[in-house]
Design a protein around this ligand. Structure first.
Ligand code: MLT
Length: 327
């Protein structure tokens, strides 16, 4: 039997130990990645997701293919990703709903707080209160009077409990102390089609979906939900300017992978996200749509996780006080 000196055995073991992690890190990605958008195609999350996916795919050397899994206020798409293999090939682009659904929903089929690895924040999008173009109210004051007078005849579209449009609609109804009938869609993309066709009355939606329709005059804009006017929509007053102070909300978006995705893969996805957020074309398009990529220092997985968890804590008491839950 061959006997090796103890020092040689230790040296060989060290070499194997040194080589093992390198061998374990298979190249990533070697095939296309699926980016789940938890709302319908053609809406604001889809628009942001497709712009980001394009640049990330170029950087990763593999296509990042957008798949729309809408329904139940974004929770069906989030569930798909929480339950996917944690290998980096299924990722989620979702918004502020990640912070509100853990409280809004009494029962979810996935862990909405611990079921994900954060990859990085993407953008913060202002919202606008819009109405069908022939609504008999030309400004916010007239709209508030109309809503208070004719609440039973008017409806408010949204993308389901947990959607940004749902949250913004609740804030609007609270601000004007009036309840309206709400009409849920799988996303505000299809809701916008119905508003342009004149079959729904009002909606509070992200500028990434509303800016071009407002500019084209196919819908009426009443206010932005921002402290200052938006450069992309300089003629639209803020809610405070138009007479409704305290009606402010913006919608942050982030990228997630299933819990347990290996750290090197999360880091690689984050590097591709950082490239996307620096991309000039993406920045220009975001600006045209009234938004901007987050600065690089806000796009790390750590900053994203802290921000997300703080936002869950911020919304929990407000949702509990409003007593607005879904099953
Ligand atoms: C969408 O993409 O349809 C949305 O982000 C809807 C929403 O959250 O209001």
């Amino acid at each position: 039997m061959l006997r090796l000196p103890r020092r040689a055995v230790l040296a060989a073991a060290a070499l194997i130990g040194f080589a093992a992690p390198a061998a374990a890190q298979a190249p990533f990605p070697t095939r296309p990645i699926s980016m789940i958008i938890p709302f319908a195609a053609g809406g604001p999350t889809d628009t942001v997701g497709r712009l980001v996916a394009q640049v990330m795919g170029n950087d990763l050397g593999q296509a990042v293919v957008v798949e729309n899994v809408g329904g139940a206020g974004g929770t069906l798409g989030a569930q798909r990703v929480a339950q996917a293999r944690p290998d980096g090939y299924t990722i989620l682009l979702h918004h502020i709903g990640m912070a509100t659904t853990p409280t809004l929903y009494r029962r979810l089929a996935y862990d909405a707080v611990n079921g994900f690895e954060t990859v990085g924040l993407v953008t913060e999008v202002p919202m606008t209160l819009i109405g069908r173009r022939d609504l008999p109210a030309t400004n916010l004051r007239e709209l508030v009077a109309l809503v208070q007078r004719e609440k039973d005849k008017l409806n408010l579209a949204n993308a389901g409990v947990g959607a940004a449009s749902h949250l913004c609609g609740l804030l609007f109804m609270t601000a004007v102390q009036t309840q309206m009938t709400t009409v849920p869609y799988r996303g505000t993309g299809p809701a916008m089609n119905d508003m342009v066709a004149g079959t729904v009355d009002l909606m509070c939606d992200q500028t990434t979906n509303t800016t071009e329709q407002i500019r084209a005059g196919t819908v009426r804009a009443y206010a932005t939900t921002t402290p200052q006017r938006i450069a992309a929509l300089p003629d639209v007053p803020t809610a405070a300017e138009a007479g409704l102070p305290n009606f402010e909300v913006s919608v942050w978006h982030g990228l997630y992978a299933p819990r347990g995705t290996p750290a090197p893969i999360v880091e690689r996805l984050n590097r591709a996200l950082l490239v996307a957020l620096r991309d000039e074309n993406l920045g220009r398009r975001f600006a045209e749509l009234g938004t901007a990529p987050v600065p690089q220092e806000r796009a790390s997985p750590q900053v994203h996780r802290e921000f997300w968890q703080q936002d869950i804590a911020k919304w929990r008491p407000l949702i509990q006080a409003a007593g607005q839950y879904a099953d």
